[in-house]
Design a protein around this ligand. Structure first.
Ligand SMILES: [Zn+2]
Ligand SMILES: [Zn+2]
Length: 332
């Protein structure tokens, strides 16, 4: 039997015993430390939440204002003898790894993360630690995301090749949509971008936090001809529904790490799959583990088998935690 540790993985979240607090709990808890705003990590109904200012704003948008303490990156918070710091995770606006120090031991809980540049959030900062708690959404060697720039070039090439059509891009409402828009702006695309109503409030929130998204226009109530030759963004769920039928002969695209899997693209009738992911791919996962050099790796969710095996062959102890309710398939 291993010794009970001061950090306890439970199916419903990670419990930090001396702080009497939970990290990304899937059930309402008195004290919650939240890594980022995605619904599988940030739930409503907690007594008190510690998170970045951005994550608290995202949670307020979704669940209404709740009791919370805004923690700046690098700031030290002490709870019951545990020193806690939030460190950028490079996943979405405000996303953090949570660094905990107690009893001479350092634990990093990453939440979700990626290593590629993202113009809408601060880059992931590797922190050497004893226990590294990682996701494994794309934890198979077959997942190697292409360069983001080449995917954006394919999107713009499709747009310019069909001036009488529009390109409809399905993108998750928190993070991916704003990243795609920001990447387009960074490549000199100055035209207005039309957005589905379900993206409006989150885009406005990003803009409030200083992310430049350029001119956005609501797609609803606009004559189809006005959207010819333009990019339209919607949540993935709207790609094939009635809403999209009024668009001018759309080329259907989707931005997700899952677009690497052809079958998923076909299922959603996606003509132009764009492999753009907010999660680490196989190389990013293994490079990051090498870099933070933990004595132990805990894998929260995703495809853990291959990563467990990789850790074993690299003399790193590893275990799968099997947290419930993680991973939204559209989030990829
Ligand atoms: Zn996430
Ligand atoms: Zn997640």
């Amino acid at each position: 039997m291993p010794m009970p540790h001061w950090i306890e993985p439970h199916p419903t979240g990670i419990y930090v015993r001396p702080a009497d607090a939970w990290i990304d709990p899937s059930l309402p808890q008195e004290r919650a430390l939240v890594t980022h705003g995605h619904a599988d990590h940030a739930r409503g109904g907690h007594g008190h939440v510690w998170a970045t200012r951005e994550t608290l704003a995202i949670m307020a948008l979704r669940y209404g204002t709740a009791s919370g303490t805004a923690v700046a990156y690098g700031e030290e918070v002490r709870l019951g003898g545990v020193t806690i710091r939030y460190v950028p995770a490079g996943h979405v606006l405000g996303s953090s790894q949570i660094l905990l120090e107690h009893a001479g031991e350092r634990v990093v809980v990453t939440g979700d993360y990626k290593r590629r540049p993202d113009p809408t959030c601060l880059p992931f900062e590797p922190v050497p630690c004893d226990i590294f708690v990682t996701e494994a959404t794309f934890g198979l060697p077959v997942f190697r995301h292409p360069d983001t720039g080449s995917e954006m070039d394919r999107l713009l090439a499709a747009l310019h090749a069909h001036p009488h059509r529009c390109v409809l891009v399905g993108a998750y409402a928190l993070g991916k949509a704003q990243r795609v828009i920001s990447e387009l702006r960074g490549r000199g695309h100055r035209e207005p971008i039309y957005i589905h109503g379900a993206l409006e409030r989150m885009c406005a929130l990003y803009q409030d936090f200083g992310v430049d998204l350029g001119e956005l226009r609501p797609a609803t109530g606009v004559p189809a001809k006005d959207m010819r030759g333009h990019i339209v963004l919607s949540p993935p769920s709207a790609l094939n529904d009635r809403w999209s039928r009024r668009l001018p002969d759309p080329i259907t695209a989707m931005a997700s790490g899952w677009m690497r899997v052809r079958q998923r693209a076909r299922q959603k009738n996606v003509e132009l799959p764009l492999v753009i992911s907010d999660h680490a791919d196989w190389d990013e996962l293994t490079d990051t583990i090498r870099e933070v050099a933990p004595s132990e790796t805990w894998i929260t969710h995703g495809r853990e088998e291959a990563l467990l095996h990789w850790c074993m062959t690299h003399q790193i102890r590893a275990r799968a935690l099997a947290l419930v309710g993680r991973e939204d398939e559209d989030e990829g």
